[in-house]
Ligand binder design. Sequence first.
Ligand code: CAA
Length: 389
Amino acid sequence: MATAMLELQGLNFNLTEEHLAVQEAARDFAQSELLPGVIERDNEQKFPIELIRRMGELGFLGMMASPDYGGGGMDTVSYVIAMEELSKVDASASVIVSVNNSLVCYGLEAYGTEEQKQKYLTRLTSGETVGAFCLSEPEAGSDATSQQTTAEDKGDYYLLNGTKNWITNGNSSGICLVIAQTDREKKHKGINCLIVEKGTPGFVVGKKEDKMGIRASDTHSLLFTDVKVPKEDRIGEDGFGFKFAMSTLNGGRIGIAAQALGIAAGAYELALKYSQERRAFGKQIFDHQAIQFKLAEMATKIEAARLLVYKAARLKDERKDYVQAAAMAKLFASDVAMWATTEAVQIHGGYGYVKEFHVERLMRDAKITQIYEGTSEIQKLVIARELIR
Ligand code: CAA
């Protein structure tokens, strides 16, 4: 079966041998190591700790980070290729990869000091631990400037107090990037980002969320009570925290767009295969035009999503403005994921509604891609602002 990826190559999309090798490695790992336990992990909400270590060994956790810090030194296109393949099979594992790569590792490498990179980045690229990006709060989701967590300036340290919500890798992360308000009068210009390690006194992991999808990723609230964070663990200048969060999320959105693409493509591939196995009314269901039309439309929309994801990745690699392209890719790919997974369940009929056939999980997993790292509504806002900038 010719893959859509190779069609892109046929269009001279400048995919290199290295890109194709990354695709093959990610696909092999997903099929041989992620697939076998994926239903059980979803059922039991079991964080795939051993698989995280493996992904560290295979280089999936710090793909774009510099080799100086144990990273793969790869481009963003390689990263989205890997994200697509991992997400076809296990979106819980791929969100761990996405947050670690494009929010935590990228954020540290782009804006951290040399000491911060030496101290934290190597641990994150190797899989020794994973990172968490702590922006959301009980009352600050889309409205991210209204931070209630405070980082009071105490001279040579900050005193951190507050609660963060819906934090991916909340329990398993060893290194957290925490956004907090230092000077309320300065509004978003008075916000800082602090690096806080697990085990720091006053830092407690709160409730685990019982989620609709990506159930094997651990999503928790995090509680900070009089946590002392040394000034050298602040990222950037005083007041840079909100800009840091926004700039980092621009790239994060490419990762989530690639995740959505993978979820859609995974469901499509399963539906295509099933349509050639299942018979009804004396022939393969693929031979019924109703099913052909669904698959044709799925293939078309997935290809369009892929082009948007690659475009955003390519712009980032070429150091061009990718804010709008990333938002468009996430907006479109997440809608395609939700729609295509629903169609895949429909093609599978009753089998689609049971866990064994995987598509119901992909449908549940798809929904979060319209919500996290900026809801679809926030992506539209970002796109619209860029239209008149
Ligand atoms: N890139 C860079 N800078 C940006 C930016 C962007 N995309 N968007 C805003 N900024 C900057 C602005 O330039 C401005 O800086 P200056 O004052 O220096 O010019 C500053 O940020 C404030 O911007 P606004 O005045 O536009 O702020 P706003 O409150 O009107 O809107 C928003 C900002 C775009 C709505 C923002 O709050 C937002 O993106 N919200 C969504 C938050 C989000 O994505 N949360 C995801 C949680 S993390 C997560 O999900 C991770 C996970 O675990 C999977």
